[in-house]
Structures are given as C-alpha cells and as structure tokens.
Design a protein around this ligand. Structure first.
Ligand code: XCC
Length: 655
C-alpha cells in the first residue's frame, strides 16, 4: 500500500482541505504525525510506566538466539519481563476501551430508566418490539403491564449489570451454548462490567499478576464485558429509545456542508444530545432566527460515531470520519463543532482559532481547554440543544470569508441492524437468516467479514479500508462495517446497491436479488455488538456449525488507533473470530506475548489475532481463514461447483 509519506489520504476532499490548511497556516493531525514519529519502544508495548522506579524499557531481544543470561538482563527494575510488560499494557488498553464503551452503555441505561419514569421529556420508547424482546431475554414480566412499567424493570436490570459483583453478565446467554460453556470452562465469563475493568487495573498494578498468559486470558474476560456487556447494553437501549435502524439513504463527505446555511457538526459517540439536536435543527423558530442572520437555514451533519448513530436513525448526513474532524473546520464554513465524548482531538481548539468555528463541549466528562462548555442536560434535552444551535446561529455572521467546501459528497445507504438483515433476507413474515446461511452453504457467498475501526495518520487515510474491502467483496465475501471504516467505504461509493458491480459473481447475484449493497453499514463502534448477534443468529439458524468459531467469518481493523479497537478485537477473538489488525500492533515487542495472541488463542477460543500491515495480504489471510472454515464444515465443494458452473456459463456465452 502507499506509504504515508507519499500520500496522506485517498479521499480528494481530505487532500483539498489539507492543502487549504497549509495555505491558511493551520496545522492538523496529519502535520503533527509527520513532525513526530511514534516512540519505538512504546509502540511495541515495551515501555513500562506503571510505577516510579521506571519507566523501564525492555526491548525485543536482539538477534535470533538469546542466551538465558542475556534474557535475564532484559528486565525492568522489578524484574518484569518484556512479555509481562507487553501483556500488562495490552490489558490496560482493553480495560480503557471497555471502560469507554461501558460508560456509554451506563449513560444509556440510566436514560432508559429516566425515559420510562417520565423524567426525560422529549425522549420516548420508540421500538416496542425490541423492548418486549429485551424483557423476554431478561426474564421481565410482560403480562398486561404498560411499556413504561416493563421498561423500568429492564432498565434497572441493565444498570445493575455495571456494578454486579458475582454471577454472569445477562447477555452472555445470547451467545451460542457451546461458546457460553467454553467461557465458563476457561473462567472468562465476566461477572459485571465495572468489576472486570477494576480487576484489570489491579492485576496490572506493579507487583500483581506477572504471568503474561494469565494476564492476556484475563484481558479476554474484560473484553467480553465490553462486547456482550457495555456495548450490547448501549446498542439495545439506543434502539429502544431512539428506534432500531432501518435502511436509510443519505450522503457523506465534507461536501455535505452548505455555503449559505449555518453548519453545525455533532461529533463523538453518545447520541442522546444528537437526537435532540436533530429535532432542534428543524425547529421553524430557529430556522427563522438563522434567516435573520443572513443564512438560508440550519444544516446539521455528523462526524465519527455520533454521525453513524444519527445517520442510521435519521438519515443525517456525515461530514467525515476521524481524520476529517479538523478539516471540517478548515472549510471556514463551520459555525460550531459540538462534541460529547471519545475520539475528539484536542487539536480542534487550535484549528478553530484559525477560523471562526466554536468548539462546544457538552459532557461533564469531556472538556477541552479553549472550547466553550455548554452542558447538556437530558432532563431538559430540547432546551439544551436549542441553546447550542442558537449559539451556532449567532456565530454565522462571524465567518471570515475564507470559505472553501470540497464538492465531494457520496450517496450511501445505512441502517443494516441485525433486525433489518433478518427482515431483508427473510421477509416480514418469515424473517430469518436462512437465506444467508443457504447462500453461504451453496457458495454464492463465500463468508462474512466485519471490517471496523478508526483512521490513523500513520497510514494513508482510508486506503487500507478500501483495498481490503474491495478485495473481500471481489472474492464473494459479504462485508459488514461500523465506525470510521464504514465511512471510508461509503465515501468511495461502496454502500449503494450499484456497488454490487465490484463484487464477485456469487455475491453480486445475491445483492442484486435482495437489493442490498455488498458492504453493509451496521452502525457505530458500540454496534459491533450487532455483529456478535448476527454471527450468533447464523449459528442458531443451522447448517454452519454450532459455535461462532465454526462460521466462515473474519474480522479486521486495518487503520485502528483507539484503545476501544483493542477491546473490540479481543472480544471478537474471545468470541471465536479470526481478527486481523493493520498499521501497528501493541505487543510486537514481545515474541512470547504476540505468539500467545497470534497462535495459542486459536486453540483456546477458536479465534485469534493476526497483524498484517498490507491490507491486500490481510484480506487474503481473512479469505484463507474463511476457506479453512468452509472446508471444516464440508461446504468447500459447493463453492468449487459454483465456480465451475460460472466457467461453464462463460464458455457457453462465448460459443
Ligand atoms: Fe473513534 Fe467511533 Fe475509532 Fe472512529 S472508529 S476513530 S474509535 S469514532 Ni469507533
């Protein structure tokens, strides 16, 4: 793939704005990354900074053969080995990622309770079916009780999941039985969300757990408290109170900003504010107010995962992914960038100083020096959102004339929740995964891949995603995407049904029959829990083995950067999925720790990690894994037959 020195992005809008930023004398993450190379010791997990005796640097052994004597010298002051240090750092990343998703899920569960108790005006229970299904899953009595009464009980149970001290997370029961039994056997079935994060911090404290295998195995337990805990609670509740996503048409890229309107971007992860912003931005009074300031209207767009949430449920356009956050300001046409939590660069405040943009923080947990803080209160949601939009409108006359909005905006379809896939494939009256399983068994679809995660300025923006995704669909692998990688593919036009032309013949025929793109937008990063549910539905539908690890599926995060991505990767692996990361990998400084993740975990979990920086090679690692699983299931021959049939058909056509 192209070196980051050669090309910063494959997205023309991004390149255009980088040029403008340079002209305007404004620096971005791309410039900062070029100025500062990553610390070579920290990047591979070899720096231990958890106590005051260090930080200790214990790099990888030099040369191939290391004597026992040499190995003894490669230790931290406390005697910690490279593998212990790498494992500790890795587990701390998992804990941080799990904490971030968990805190998001907790806020949603509390909002759910407030909504049910009538304490959060403006919000409501939108998806009754999903509420009732949740009640059934949680063992909450339905009877002739009102939705609100049922919701109060469900919300209390979900809130208790965070502080639970013993037993098991309730959603583990949603996994295939065999998987649940494996987790129990290995002692990695999480008890609660918070307790696993806390224990991870304790175990990785100086002088506690110093067996790298034990540490990494515990990391699995923590990560499962994310995927089948905090994240799943978040997704579930959001669907109930904001609506379960269904296919929706929208647009993506910086070209969605409008020259003659008040532009407001909402950026971050938790959608409770964004929901109210969507309502406030359509308020006729506010629109009239914007007109008094000379604007034609109010244009709301999203960025990062809040964007995914707003897109999936309201069709609100997306201005861009992670590395485009500063570039939206560089257009000179952005009145306010309104942020909540996670993935918000501190650099936004500096970039905003070059233009007129207001950076508005809204969450008590995430303030930025130099930004304006306008606290968002869910109990008065609409008032808070209205005040924020007003502030943006008031800023419109301050535009400095230095406006350039890239023309790029691409059509996309999003909203492929588990329920939608079920419905689209099976129909309203017989919603099921049967057609998907059948098409996998008959070989038209070779397998399914989840390609998720962030952007990272250490690799060409969006490039690895596009190379990987195109290769996968070309080889008949149906791709499910979340987060910033979903946006990369959408910008390149892969999320419309017409993109089926890039797919192999088998996948194309299925996409055309159903009318879906070969690359499905499944949501925000917490919605990776939807992929776990979809994989489980495939197992339960039958014909593809009896555990997630039997399925011809694979996962990847080719441009990851956040600790959350490591938590996600680990819960995919511990759920039985082969998972390939690109760009960098945080344990490479220890051969032993890496081998445990890259090899031994497969024996334990049926899923394992891999690191491959070349996205084309990574795609083929995934395809090879999918083929290995097809063979084990005894369905490899059906695919050969299909290919033979196609060749025969081509021969016939040639006659
Ligand atoms: Fe953040 Fe979720 Fe990564 Fe994008 S993909 S950079 S985590 S916004 Ni989640």
């Amino acid at each position: 793939m192209p070196d980051k020195e050669d090309i910063k992005s494959v997205d023309p809008a991004t390149l255009e704005m980088l040029e403008k930023a340079a002209q305007d004398g404004c620096s971005t993450a791309f410039d900062r990354a070029a100025r500062m190379s990553p610390c070579p010791i920290g990047a591979t997990g070899n720096c231990c900074s958890i106590c005051g005796m260090g930080p200790c640097r214990v790099p990888l052994a030099k040369g191939k053969e290391e004597t026992a004597e040499e190995k003894k010298k490669r230790r931290g002051v406390c005697g910690a080995t490279a593998e212990t240090i790498a494992a500790r750092n890795f587990v701390r990343m998992i804990a941080a990622g799990t904490a971030a998703h968990g805190d998001h899920g907790r806020v949603m569960a509390k909002l759910f309770l407030d909504v049910a108790q009538g304490k959060a005006p403006g919000y409501q229970i939108k998806d009754e079916q999903k509420l009732l299904q949740l009640a059934l899953d949680l063992g909450v009595t339905i009877g002739d009780r009102s939705n609100e009464e049922i919701a109060v009980d469900c919300a209390k149970l979900l809130m208790a999941e965070f502080g639970k001290q013993e037993g098991e997370l309730l959603f583990l029961k949603r996994a295939p039985i065999k998987r649940q039994e494996l987790w129990r056997k290995l002692g990695i079935a999480p008890r609660g969300v918070d307790i696993e994060v806390t224990e991870a911090m304790h175990r990785t404290h100086m002088g506690t757990d110093q067996d790298y295998k034990d540490l990494l195995n515990f990391g699995s337990k923590v990560s499962l408290a994310d995927g089948w805990g905090g994240s799943m609670v978040g997704t579930e509740v959001q669907d109930i109170i904001f609506g379960t996503p269904a296919p929706v048409l929208s647009q993506i890229n910086l070209g969605v900003l409008k020259e003659d309107e008040v532009n407001v971007i909402i950026h971050g992860h938790e959608p409770q504010l964004a929901e109210m912003m969507a309502i406030a931005s359509r308020d006729p009074e506010l629109i009239a107010y914007a007109k008094t300031k000379g604007a034609k209207g109010i244009n709301l767009a999203g960025m990062c995962c809040t964007a995914n949430e707003m897109l999936m449920r309201h069709g609100v356009p997306i201005a861009g992914n992670f590395l485009q956050q500063e570039l939206a300001i560089v257009t000179g046409a952005l009145e306010a960038i309104v942020v909540d939590v996670q993935c918000i660069m501190q650099g936004l405040a500096d970039t905003a100083n070059c233009y007129h943009t207001k950076v508005i923080t809204t969450d008590p947990r995430a303030k930025i020096q130099g930004a304006v803080h306008m606290p968002f209160d869910e109990h008065h949601g609409l008032e808070s959102a209205t005040a924020i939009i007003r502030a943006a409108v008031d800023n419109y006359p301050n535009r400095r004339g230095n406006v350039r909005i890239p023309s790029q905006k691409t059509d996309m379809i999003a909203g492929f929740s588990h329920e939608t896939i079920n419905y689209l494939l099976g129909g309203m009256f017989r919603a099921s995964y049967r057609p998907l399983n059948d098409n996998i068994i008959n070989g038209r679809i070779r397998g399914v891949a989840g390609v998720v995660g962030c952007n990272n300025p250490r690799t060409t923006h969006d490039a690895a995603d596009l190379i990987m995704v195109k290769e996968l669909i070309k080889n008949d692998v149906l791709v499910l995407q979340t987060g910033c990688m979903a946006m990369a593919s959408a910008k390149a036009g892969l999320m419309v049904p017409e993109a089926a032309e890039f797919a192999g013949e088998g996948l194309r025929s299925v996409c055309e029959a159903v009318g879906i793109p070969p690359v499905l937008h499944v949501g925000a990063c917490i919605d990776n829990s939807r992929i776990l549910i979809a994989a489980t539905a495939m197992v339960k539908e039958g014909g593809l083995g009896d555990d997630i690890s039997d399925l011809p599926v694979a996962g990847a995060a080719p441009e990851w950067m956040a600790e959350k991505a490591i938590a996600i990767g680990q819960y995919f692996v511990a759920s039985g999925v082969y998972t390939v990361f690109g760009t960098t990998f945080p344990t490479l400084g220890s051969k032993e720790a890496s081998e445990f993740l890259f090899k031994d975990m497969e024996q334990m979990y049926g899923g394992m990690w891999a690191f491959e920086n070349d996205p084309l090679k990574a795609a083929h690692l995934m395809i090879d894994h999918i083929d290995k699983k097809r063979k084990a299931l005894g369905i490899d021959k059906s695919r050969e037959r299909i290919l033979y049939d196609m060749a025969m058909r081509r021969d016939l056509e040639a006659v």
